[in-house]
Design a protein around this ligand. Structure first.
Ligand code: 5GP
Ligand code: ZN
Length: 114
């Protein structure tokens, strides 16, 4: 999608620190990290928000989580723990309308989430 910042990051039209990439998924460091490890994992396919998914996106959703697990292991936060976040719409604070899974780790998180 033309005006989408995350589509541009996936196509390397905007610079970012990419930590994983394949034909379907890209992962990069969040520009404003909220934890020592804060990585965004996105599908190359432009899906604006989690409410927009359908049956055909099953594999993408599985792979977002599988790559989060891999990156948690790579960053040595798998055993200590990590948080995965998918924000949807304004009450959750979604600001970029291209699905992205936040992988956060390297510190303790409180619950309930703020
Ligand atoms: P949301 O609030 O939509 O779930 O999260 C959007 C995230 O994208 C935020 O954590 C924000 O810091 C990050 N972000 C926004 N623009 C950019 C950018 O241009 N580059 C990178 N690397 N992260 C971005
Ligand atoms: Zn997009």
């Amino acid at each position: 999608m033309e005006d989408c910042i995350f589509c541009k990051i996936a196509k390397k039209e905007i610079k970012s620190k990419i930590v994983y990439s394949d034909e379907e998924i890209v992962a990069f460091e969040d520009v404003n990290p909220q934890a020592p490890i804060h990585i965004l994992i996105i599908p190359r396919k432009h899906i604006p928000k989690i409410l927009d998914i359908d049956e055909t996106d099953k594999n993408i959703l599985f792979r977002l989580i599988a790559i989060a697990n891999k990156l948690a292991n790579d960053n040595k936060i798998a055993e200590s723990g990590f948080r995965l976040v998918l924000n949807c719409n304004s009450d959750a604070g979604q600001t970029v309308f291209h699905i992205h899974l936040h992988l956060l780790g390297g510190r303790k998180f409180s619950w309930p989430a703020g």
